[in-house]
Design a protein around this ligand. Structure first.
Ligand code: NAD
Ligand code: UDP
Length: 311
């Protein structure tokens, strides 16, 4: 009998991680989920705990971990600006020490490791749409730097572990992703607007609402991550994963109001420091290398997300 592949998912009790754990179990993997519940939730993994092909370890990735695994998806890190700025030092520790610990683990076991990097490595981009060869425009001392520079350092570490030790790495640059199992109060724009619309409250737009983002539904994102992990060893990335359709934040608010059937009004409040003005992935590389592009359009994805939050 062939042995099941053992896959570690750090941050597996978070939003994307919880969907990824389910997908990997469906693909026949033995999944080991590691999380410290700093921005994740026990309820996301509770239904999986009774399975014998699922293990959970409550652990902070800033402390080394000894396990025997074949693949590592390193997702541990808060993703919402509100969450990652609450404890900026812990955010950068997670990105640097956590990354070193997971790369050391991959090196010891000969495992492949996929790093969940981010479009934030492009900062407030001067190139639009963003291609992987753009080096970015990041403020190294601003309030977002714990995350942006942390993720940039994590990418550096991946490539240095590959150059120095031959570790098999994959770097995905994830653009804004949304869907069921986002935490209602985590501050990101999609849950914030849906909850305000459902409550009939004003929708709080930061800035003038003309800043743009591109929103990828979580099932498409998980599929991109799994495809990247399955590529031959010479494919390292970085590879942009995101939905290549750009929306202003005001248009997103109006769309959510329409889908909810709410009579909420829009209110403007000051933009957060260093809030990027525009964000759009060029996914040519993902299309060519992974044969991947998103399938779920914004209305369909928002409808599923609204149904989740209604419950
Ligand atoms: P999330 O906050 O829902 O999940 C992150 C998970 O990591 C949480 O369960 C949290 O408890 C856990 N965690 C944080 N620090 C940890 C630590 N030190 N040790 C162990 N566990 C820790 O965020 P998400 O949206 O699911 O994002 C997952 C990953 O994808 C993150 O690395 C994030 O940076 C990246 N990403 C997400 C998006 C997005 O739009 N969702 C965009 C770009 C990149
Ligand atoms: N945003 C907003 N109202 C909110 C939350 C966010 O207008 O209640 C804006 C935010 O300023 C940013 C965009 O929505 O321009 C996306 O914010 P989010 O925190 O979801 O993601 P990120 O800035 O990391 O892309």
């Amino acid at each position: 009998m062939t042995r099941r592949l053992r896959t570690l998912v750090t941050g597996g009790a978070g939003f994307i991680g919880a969907h990824l754990c389910r997908r990997l179990l469906g693909d026949g993997r033995h999944v080991i989920c590691v999380d410290n519940f700093s921005s994740g939730a026990r309820r996301h993994i509770e239904p999986l705990l009774e399975r014998d092909d699922f293990d959970f370890i409550e652990h902070d990735v800033c402390t080394p971990l000894t396990l025997d695994v074949d693949e590592i998806y390193n997702l541990a890190c808060p993703a919402s600006p509100v969450q990652y700025q609450k404890e900026p030092v812990q955010t950068i520790r997670t990105n640097v020490l956590g990354m070193i610990n997971m790369l050391d683990l991959a090196h010891r076991c000969g495992a492949k490791i996929l790093q969940a990097s981010t479009s934030e490595v492009y900062g407030d981009p001067l190139v639009h749409p963003q291609t992987e060869d753009y080096w970015g425009n990041v403020n190294p001392i601003g309030p977002r730097a714990c995350y942006d520079e942390g993720k940039r350092s994590a990418e550096t570490l991946c490539f240095d572990y590959r150059r120095q030790f031959g570790v098999r790495i994959k770097v995905a640059r994830i653009f804004n992703t949304y869907g069921p199992m986002m935490r209602p109060n985590d501050g990101r724009v999609v849950p914030a607007f849906i909850l305000q619309a459902l409550a009939g409250e004003d929708i709080t737009i930061f800035g003038d609402g003309r800043q743009t983002r591109a929103f990828c539904f979580v099932s498409d994102m998980v599929d991109g991550l799994v495809r990247l992990m399955a590529t031959p060893d010479e494919v390292t990335g970085p590879i942009n994963l995101g939905n290549p359709v750009e929306h202003t934040i005001e248009a997103l608010a109006r769309r959510i109001i329409g889908l909810v059937g709410s009579d909420s009004n829009l209110t403007l409040s000051p933009a957060p420091v260093d809030d990027p003005r525009q964000r759009l992935p060029d996914i040519s590389r993902a299309r060519a290398v992974l044969s991947w592009s998103p399938h779920v359009d914004l209305d369909a994805g928002l409808a599923q997300t609204i149904a989740y939050f209604r419950e």
